[in-house]
Design a binder for this molecule. Structure first.
Ligand code: NAD
Ligand code: TDX
Length: 332
């Protein structure tokens, strides 16, 4: 039994990880989360108070971070500014949290000699052509496109440097696009599901040919736990579930599953610098650590995600109007 500090544990993937830890292990959890617009305390509702402690605070607050590192065994670092569209509008918070915040945590990991796992994204590798047979691997050169992905790339490089220069016991994982419960309505899949639930037409950026490699958030959690348990210090592992789909097909599938005509959506202004395709080769994680995804059927995973948003309107409704008002200012 261990005590694990989870940064960003009130966000989408962090909260899924906390639920996964409570359900599948006997570890205790301390969540450190600033509760930005993207954090939601309600995502942790129902978890046993005796096993999950919630601390509201900033990962860039060195004093607070130092105190928390002193009373945990290991740290899984999810906290980030995570939305590409926001990073095009105002990059500054991305630098503060993704770069300075990660630096602050690494310094504490160094001082306290704590096992540290850094959560990152496949977007650090840039994008692929639609017909490129290659997929991203652990040796693909970094080539980020957006303020978001460049700050995540920077944070990954900080982790690598702290391993090499200071012997910090860290691992890194770069995962593809997640879907599932507790995802903010600014993101593609929940935005379209909640649009349909509100009687708004789904919004597809540009022609919708862009491809994302979808993985259920619970599969991401099991992969992270595997790396935390059995990963080799200093190594990077790519996490993916062979889930490539183009955006147009995803919107059409959501409409079909929600009982509407497959063409009942609008094309809107494309994202600046929009990455064309992401694709992950997760062979290393599967062969070296024996991890396998459980959610192989994207249609079934989407169906259960739609059901979750239908059943949890009180969770997402408070953010919906402001999110759509912001998109409207950009013609999206
Ligand atoms: P999210 O935006 O839903 O959640 C981020 C959480 O971090 C929020 O709860 C927020 O309050 C918290 N936070 C932000 N700044 C903070 C700060 N300075 N101090 C403390 N807490 C702070 O993001 P997400 O989609 O759950 O992503 C989590 C992590 O996973 C990120 O590091 C992201 O880069 C990575 N990732 C996401 C995806 C994806 O598909 N969403 C894919 C691969 C990797
Ligand atoms: O309304 C929309 N319409 C649309 O066509 C929105 C919000 C998005 N899109 C497109 C843009 C992307 O091609 O859908 C795709 C997915 O968009 P996002 O949900 O914004 O995700 P993406 O930019 O791919 O990044 C996500 O995956 C990698 C996460 O937000 C990142 O945190 C993660 O690193």
């Amino acid at each position: 039994m261990a005590r694990i500090l989870v940064t960003g544990g009130a966000g989408f993937i962090g909260s899924n990880f906390v639920h996964h830890l409570v359900d599948t292990t006997d570890h205790d959890v301390v969540v450190l989360d600033k509760l930005t617009y993207a954090g939601n305390r309600a995502s942790l509702d129902g978890l046993p108070a005796g096993r999950v402690e919630f601390v509201r605070g900033d990962i860039a607050d060195a004093g607070l971070v130092d105190e928390l590192f002193g009373r945990v065994d290991s740290v899984v670092h999810y906290a980030a500014e995570s939305h590409n569209d926001n990073s095009l509008h105002d990059p500054r918070p991305f630098l503060d949290t993704n770069i300075i915040g990660t630096y602050t945590l690494l310094e504490a990991a160094r001082r306290h000699d704590r096992r540290f796992h850094h959560i990152s994204t496949d977007e650090v590798y840039g994008d692929l052509e639609l017909d490129d047979p290659a997929r991203f691997t652990e040796t693909t050169p970094y080539n980020p496109s957006s303020p978001y992905s460049s700050t995540k790339a920077g944070s990954d490089l900080l982790v690598r440097a702290w391993v090499r220069s200071f012997g910090v016991r860290a691992t890194i994982s770069n995962c593809s696009n997640n879907y599932g419960p507790y995802q903010h309505v600014e993101k593609f899949i929940p935005r379209q599901i909640t649009n349909v639930l509100r009687g708004i037409r789904p919004k597809l950026y540009g022609a919708g040919e862009n491809v994302r490699d979808w993985i259920h958030a619970d599969d991401h959690s099991s992969a992270v736990l595997t790396i935390l348990d059995r990963g080799t210090i200093g190594e990077t592992y790519l996490i993916g579930a062979d889930g490539e789909e183009n955006n147009k097909d995803v919107v059409e599938l959501i409409l079909e599953l929600m009982g509407l005509p497959r063409d009942a959506y609008d094309h809107v202004t494309d994202r600046a610098g929009h990455d064309l395709r992401y694709a992950i080769d997760s062979t290393k994680l599967r062969t070296e650590l024996g991890w396998l995804p459980r959610y192989g059927d994207f249609r079934a995973g989407l169906e259960s995600t739609i059901a979750w948003y239908r059943d949890n309107e009180s969770w997402w409704a408070p953010s919906k109007d402001a999110t759509e008002a912001f998109y409207a200012t950009k013609g999206q």
